[in-house]
Design a protein around this ligand. Structure first.
Ligand SMILES: [Fe+2]
Length: 251
């Protein structure tokens, strides 16, 4: 059920840096709990915890250990806030990541979806796209490209976007870009949402100050432009993505 008690749509935040003291997100447990509370007060009921993972800095095993420790610190509070939280990460894509035998533990909630951050200077050249292809074919992973609005080539080219979609990539945007981006970016993102070439939204919140968890203000903009049914479907798609038993996700 997506509608809440008062007819509110229950929201999903697929991209957050709430886990305490694990990356450049929440500094400590106190701030992490404030962030959870802030999301819970904005109709969000499901949160993916996606700390940065840099393969060149740390082994997957060491990262998973730190992630589990951080998770334990907020698990109970999330439950008090009636939030369902899922473990995941935002993996930085570099060639060395593909040398690992298995990347499944980095995926979202034991699904095949992996939130992936491309290097900032990526132009999505043929060589760079080949890395994504290898990730998909070798590991059977479905990459969700994080905050695609940060990559000018993806904003400019419909054909590049459709190449990546055909390859099996899915796209996520940061909600704040819908109000803070330039007019052209905002218009482009709304169009991509309406054409189903962007599939997921998240706050990408990092703290309670400069990058705070702001969900409602931005999702209401989507509702204003594309309607309530669209926002409901967006949440349904996110919930489907989070279900590990869904072998094939129709988006
Ligand atoms: Fe992020």
């Amino acid at each position: 059920m997506i509608g809440g008690m008062n007819g509110f749509v229950k929201m999903v935040d697929v991209h957050t840096h709430i886990l305490p003291a694990i990356d450049d997100g929440a500094a400590d447990e106190k701030e992490a709990c404030q962030m959870l509370k802030a999301l819970a007060s904005q109709r969000v009921t499901t949160v993916c915890l996606t700390p940065h993972y840099y393969h060149h800095k740390e082994s997957i095993t060491a990262f998973l250990t730190r992630r589990a420790e951080a998770f334990q610190k907020i698990e109970e509070y999330a439950s008090q806030c009636e939030l369902t939280i899922f473990l995941a990460c935002e993996a930085h894509l570099t060639e060395d990541l593909l040398n690992e035998p298995d990347l499944s533990m980095l995926c979202i909630n034991k699904t095949r979806f992996l939130l992936l951050e491309a290097p900032r200077d990526w132009l999505f050249s043929a060589k760079e796209q080949f890395l994504l292809e290898r990730l998909i074919s070798r590991f059977g992973i479905l990459p969700i490209l994080a905050h695609v609005e940060r990559y000018p080539p993806l904003l400019k080219s419909d054909s590049l976007l459709s190449n990546l979609l055909e390859m099996g990539c899915r796209m996520q945007i940061n909600l704040s870009s819908l109000s803070e981006g330039s007019f052209l970016i905002r218009r482009r993102l709304i169009r991509c949402l309406s054409e189903d070439t962007i599939h997921f939204v998240g706050t990408d919140c990092h703290n309670m100050t400069r990058r705070a968890p702001e969900y409602t203000r931005h999702i209401d903009l989507i509702e204003k432009k594309l309607g309530r049914k669209f926002v409901e479907q967006l949440q349904i798609n996110a919930k489907r993505m989070l279900n590990p038993s869904a072998m094939k996700v129709q988006l």
